[in-house]
Design a protein around this ligand. Structure first.
Ligand SMILES: Cc1cc2nc3c(=O)[nH]c(=O)nc-3n(C[C@H](O)[C@H](O)[C@H](O)COP(=O)(O)OP(=O)(O)OC[C@H]3O[C@@H](n4cnc5c(N)ncnc54)[C@H](O)[C@@H]3O)c2cc1C
Length: 444
């Protein structure tokens, strides 16, 4: 039996804690978290701000009390300030400044990620907000209640920026979306898809400022404007959403890291130091798409890594199967899902990508109701024919289809394997010549 200390109790930490507490009751688990809440589903922030859900109660699935009922010792609002790896001891300070020290046999670091803060002048102006914590969502929500907040700049058109821009529009405010790249969502999707999303955003009143680099936020007591390399705009609120970096200040001098600072872990979530594990957004993941270690900050990865670490610290050897970076987004009803690499990412990873694609309606033409266009692109390597990625988009909910491609990448299937795959047909659901089959069959 071991004494386990867990630093950080959001998605990764909660998954590790539950795995340990539910399966290995004899161990002692001590949890530290610097925040005052556990398990906040950030994915709900835009839905809450955009008033698409009733409230925020359903956005939490765990509490201090739930963990304590399973016999964990939980220190909330208590940040770990130092780890002595030789003495196997962590030092923390609670909100009143009281120091707490705990020894450990096994340590799990789950300190997550922090918003990237670019070198932009005026970032500390009041009414410049980040989107990470529940408290950030509350602050933006309260600001949008004010009549004097009329125009909002969202900086970053990745999935969080795009969702926030939608939420701002849903609140009846002007939304300006700034992005250095020339489309939205360029990390995960090819232009064939991102241009559709850009149109959806534009058609719904979001002013797109792509290919523009934000240089300064103007203001004094509050935000007055935003300056880019192409112009100057009057805005009342700025929402920064340009991505996340691993929160690894605590131990990056002592543990091996990726160049971006994420703790490098193996498939058991072990760091470079014995008995020290790292999980979630502060750690690396193994990407089956690039066949290498990568940084992919997603709640799905965080939870799985927590489960893997939980079993390993308690003596059950378990290896992660790796990830594909599967993701989805739904903006004003338009749905896009992808897994693995888009064409550019595949090139960057050293592959020789080719793609095959198809566009059709989900169901046969004689079905008139709830039958939308669907587009699919499958990216594969020209030399090995291995599937590297897939992207799908529609107003239809086609999301479940992407999971098959996730498994195909994990299992290193070739595009040819999909050509005659048994895919069922029923007009209520799909077409006899399924678009997945059609795309695979037309692969050169
Ligand atoms: C707006 C938004 C929308 C998102 N939507 C999705 C989505 O739809 N799907 C998806 O898969 N992912 C989504 N994500 C990403 C997802 O939220 C993160 O990948 C996930 O939160 C990572 O979990 P984590 O536990 O590793 O880290 P975090 O959530 O960052 O939690 C880290 C925890 O560690 C604590 N901590 C940090 N330092 C210390 C310290 N020194 N001492 C004690 N405690 C400490 C923090 O208080 C925090 O509770 C979204 C993120 C955001 C911000």
């Amino acid at each position: 039996m071991s004494k386990i200390v867990l630093i950080g109790a959001n998605h990764a930490g909660t998954a590790a804690a539950n795995t340990i507490l539910d399966n290995y009751p004899g161990n002692e688990l001590v949890i530290f978290d610097s925040n005052n809440n556990i398990s906040y589903l950030g994915c709900g922030t835009a839905l809450y701000i955009g008033k698409q859900i009733d409230g925020t109660d359903g956005l939490f699935y765990s509490t201090r009390e739930k963990l304590e009922a399973k016999k964990a010792r939980v220190h909330m609002e208590t940040g770990v300030t130092r780890i002595d790896f030789d003495a196997k001891k962590v030092y923390a300070a609670d909100k009143n400044g009281k120091e707490i020290a705990e020894t450990y046999d096994k340590l799990i670091i789950a300190t997550g990620s922090l918003p990237i803060t670019p070198p932009i002048k005026g970032l500390d102006t009041p009414n410049v907000n980040y989107v990470k914590l529940f408290q950030d969502g509350q602050a933006i929500n309260a600001l949008l209640d004010k009549a004097e907040i009329k125009t909002v700049a969202v900086v970053g058109a990745g999935y969080i920026g795009v969702e926030l821009a939608e939420a701002v529009r849903r609140r009846g405010k002007e939304a300006l979306l700034f992005e250095a790249a020339d489309t939205s969502l360029s990390t995960y999707y090819d232009e064939w898809f991102t241009h559709d999303m850009d149109k959806v955003l534009g058609d719904n009143g979001i002013k797109l400022h792509f290919g523009e680099l934000v240089q300064e936020i103007e203001g004094g007591d509050t935000v007055k404007g935003i300056v880019t390399n192409k112009g100057k705009y009057q805005v009342d609120l700025v929402i920064m959403a340009i991505g996340f970096r691993p929160n690894s200040a605590l131990a990056k001098e002592n543990l091996e890291t990726l160049p971006n600072g994420a703790y490098k872990v193996n498939k058991k979530q072990e760091t470079s130091k014995k008995d020290v594990y790292a999980i979630g957004d502060c750690a690396s993941v193994y990407s089956n798409a690039i066949e290498n270690t990568a940084y992919i900050a997603l709640a799905t990865n965080a939870v799985r890594s927590g489960v893997v670490a939980g079993h390993n610290v308690c003596g059950t050897a378990l290896e992660s199967v790796g990830v594909q970076g599967s993701n989805g987004i739904c903006i004003f009803g338009y749905k896009m899902v992808s897994t693995g690499l888009n064409t550019k990412a595949a090139e960057k990873a050293g592959y020789s990508p080719a793609y095959t694609e198809f566009e059709d309606t989900q169901k046969p033409a004689f079905i008139k109701e709830d039958n939308h266009k669907v587009k699919i692109r499958i990216v594969y390597d020209k030399n090995t024919r291995r599937i590297l990625g897939a992207q799908m988009a529609s107003y239809q909910d086609i999301s479940m289809g992407i999971h098959m491609f996730s498994l195909a990448i994990e299992e290193k299937l070739t595009i040819d394997k999909l050509k005659l795959l048994d895919i069922f047909f029923l007009p209520h659901f799909n077409q006899p010549y399924n678009y997945i089959t059609m795309a695979a069959l037309s692969a050169k």
